[in-house]
Ligand binder design. Structure first.
Ligand code: G6Q
Length: 544
């Protein structure tokens, strides 16, 4: 049987060929390069022509996907098989946004009635808050919704809330408290009126220490300000652990459940989206689900050669495995996607930051890259220097909407000119001849030109994708998120890893639990390495 490593090595001759031909030359030789290497999913356009690829390289990548069994694994996910083998679970988040009457089976049961039941309860609760039918204990209309959660129970709704600001009802505000650092909840509660604040405790397990600590602080705040009897009116919960919710004091009709086949970082489509349904409106939340469903349909039906998530995944594998590039930047020219890269960091790095295969063998090839990014144009004035002239090559995804929400010329045209310029600059670079001509035209003397040339050269040949969508609507945002989810799925399938567990977060949690009594000063400072003990003693000497 061909090993994964051998399959990935089939890319090497293609890389060797393309090493001799920079993109500038590829563009010069082929006037149809944009048509050849761009693809659409509905009204979302992916231009991937500014990559170090040719038809032969793409054919090799599609062949790799087929040989690695991407289509079979996709079918297994759709069928509800337990592809999350280490946790023995199905990967069912597509059911959460499924539209239409076709049943979706997980463990033999059609889950759609349950999924839609929770969505209907979320809609009812959200509508009642928006209408002022559900109010605080003292009769005040809710104005502030504080979601307390972390990781998958925070990043998705927090990112979407920022992205869909134009859809927010102006008399409702959402806040997201995640960090166990007391600064986070303190700064959030500052200025909030307890009488008009609703807390949503978002925790699949309802045991996560950060969330439980913040929830207890919020609970104490309500009890102190409005009395213990007010707690029930000011709390709701999103969880699979109904017993623990009840114990906390949350009323049964304020608990919105989901299922173990929904991974935390894939849960924005579930009850975890309640803050969105309240502050943006359920119709907006529902439109996000519909957009994601459209992308799912594209992903499961389009041939690999025309499949946007598959192509983006394969380009990622190309750079990670054939070229050895270790990071990937996501740079939205869309200010409201300011937390999109942070969201994708979890989605991608928690999913594909793995170094053993499904069968537990050590991988002998690189897997998930480091994902990072900030919105353009801000990044241009910060870290783009390294992307253009640094010693690492960083493949980039640029995202941009054709139409803004604001009619505010000339802002949007300037934004678009910048994103097109960055992609063009990365691809073409600036040659020595061009630099010399430019400096000569500026009237510089030859000695000065000679000294400056090496500093002003741009190597170019640096890859980027451009994703262009008509407007950042709820539907398109849903499609974009689902696109990246499916990209991560395809890469996980090619790397033969489990994208749906996250054992790597466990060790730190265990050690923190063991250290807490020592940090609190209730247990002797012993049993650790000299560094940990040195820091512990330094802390104990300084703590109040
Ligand atoms: C995501 C992870 C993780 C999880 C948080 C919060 O895939 O599992 O980020 O979402 O640890 O967990 P709870 O929702 O259980 O509090």
């Amino acid at each position: 049987m061909t090993s994964r490593k051998q399959l990935l090595d089939t890319l090497n001759p293609h890389k060797a060929r393309l090493d001799l031909k920079p993109m500038r030359q590829l563009f010069a030789e082929d006037p149809d390069r944009f048509e050849r290497f761009s693809v659409r999913a509905g009204d979302l356009l992916l231009d991937y022509s500014k990559n170090r690829i040719d038809a032969g390289a793409m054919a090799a990548l599609f062949a790799l996907a087929r040989q690695a069994g991407v289509e079979e694994r996709r079918a297994a996910m759709v069928a509800g098989d337990h592809i999350n083998t280490t946790e023995d679970r199905a990967v069912g988040h597509m059911a959460l946004r499924h539209q239409g009457d076709r049943p979706v089976r997980i463990d033999g049961n059609n889950v759609m009635a349950e999924v839609r039941g929770v969505l209907a309860r979320m809609a009812g609760f959200a509508d009642a808050i928006r209408a002022g039918d559900v109010r605080g204990a003292t009769g005040g209309r809710f104005t502030d919704i504080v979601n307390i959660g972390i990781g998958g129970s925070d990043l998705g709704p927090a990112m979407v809330m920022l992205a869909l600001e134009p859809y927010r009802r102006t008399d409702l505000r959402a806040h997201y408290v995640s960090n166990v650092d007391g600064a986070h909840i303190t700064d959030t509660l500052k200025g909030l009126n307890p009488a008009t604040t609703l807390f949503i405790v978002a925790s699949k397990t309802f045991t996560t220490d950060e969330t439980m600590t913040n929830a207890a602080t919020a609970r104490a705040w309500i009890a102190e300000e409005l009395g213990e009897g007010a707690v029930t009116a000011h709390f709701a919960a999103l969880s699979t652990n109904l017993g623990a919710c009840a114990q906390f004091g949350i009323a049964a009709d304020r608990i919105f459940g989901f299922w173990d086949w929904v991974g935390g970082r894939y849960s924005v489509w579930s009850a975890i989206g309640l803050s969105l349904a309240i502050v943006l409106g359920f119709d907006v939340f529902d439109a996000v689900l519909k957009g994601a469903y459209e992308m799912d349909q594209h992903f499961v039906t389009a041939p690999l050669e025309a499949n946007v998530p598959v192509i983006m995944a394969l380009l990622g594998v190309w750079y990670r495995n054939a070229f050895g590039f270790s990071t990937h930047a996501v740079l939205p020219y869309d200010q409201r996607l300011s937390r999109f890269a942070a969201y994708l960091q979890q989605q991608d790095m928690e999913s594909n930051g793995k170094s053993v295969t499904l069968s537990g063998a050590a991988v002998d090839y690189p897997t998930g890259p480091i994902i990072w990014g900030e919105p353009g144009t801000n990044g241009q004035h910060a870290f783009y220097q390294l992307i253009h002239q640094g010693t690492d090559v960083i493949p980039v995804d640029f995202l941009v909407a054709a139409r803004p929400h604001e009619i505010l010329p000339p802002h949007h045209d300037k934004l678009v000119a910048n994103v097109l310029a960055q992609a063009e600059a990365l691809m073409r670079g600036k040659s020595e001849t061009e630099v010399v001509a430019e400096l000569t035209a500026q009237g510089l003397d030859p000695a000065r030109i000679k000294a400056l040339v090496p500093h002003k050269l741009f190597p170019g040949n640096r890859p980027s994708n451009v994703l262009m969508y008509p407007k950042l609507t709820p539907e398109r945002l849903g499609s974009l998120i689902a696109l990246y989810e499916q990209k991560v799925f395809v890469q996980g399938a090619i790397w033969d890893i489990n994208s749906y567990d996250q054992w790597g977060v466990e060790l730190g949690k265990q050690l923190a639990k063991a250290l807490l009594p020592k940090v609190e000063g209730h247990a002797p400072a012993e049993g650790h390495d000299s560094s940990t003990l040195g820091l512990l003693r330094a802390y104990l000497a300084q703590k109040d």
